[in-house]
Ligand binder design. Sequence first.
Ligand SMILES: *Cc1c(COP(=O)(O)O)cnc(C)c1O
Length: 221
Amino acid sequence: MSIAENLDKIKQTLPQGVKLVAVSKFHPVKDISEAYDAGQRAFGESRMQEVDQKQSLLPKDIEWHFIGHLQTNKVKKIVPYVNTIHSVDSWKLIEEIEKQASVFNVSVNCLLEIHIAQEESKYGFNFESCRCFLKDNDWKSLQNVKIAGVMGMATDTDDLDQVRNEFRSLKKFFDELKNEHFTGYKHFKEVSMGMSHDYKIAIEEGATIVRIGTSIFGERI
Ligand SMILES: *Cc1c(COP(=O)(O)O)cnc(C)c1O
């Protein structure tokens, strides 16, 4: 099946209001163009150099989503064109995004990455560290950074009950944060969860953004 056919098939399964980010990491520019020609505008990349190169070659109305771990020294490269950073997990990183976004006079949507999987990971807040981070109230002074919701990845397992429970815990946490900290803050509305193999469960559990690569572009080389 072609990229356009894959996209079409996936879009038919998405309820209204759920955004599809086509994860194009490791795939060539011509594949992105093909998806673009089929109407797709939101693309996800996980490495600074890769997205930097690709965006320079592709139409300017593409909405770039950064989904990989981001080092502070790479922020200033992507801030001018990135729409959403899904992988924000420290105040230090947010401060740098705020600083660079004000230099370039742009706003950047940032999602708080929450560690929900059983697997070990160096990245992401856990629930408690995220609560502490928000209690500090420093984030209220942000001007160019919009805290737009949460992002998480479920454990890579065949145990679908576990996957469902992890997604459910992220949605529940999102609701908690919304009620405790973001009532009246209109930007905080996204729950980014679900990849090729588990996005249908994620949608059932309340995802507003799904990030799908392999089912659109095939296996990464
Ligand atoms: C690679 C990646 C995806 C896409 O995964 P697929 O299994 O190819 O759909 C989604 N989210 C993140 C954070 C990723 O790194």
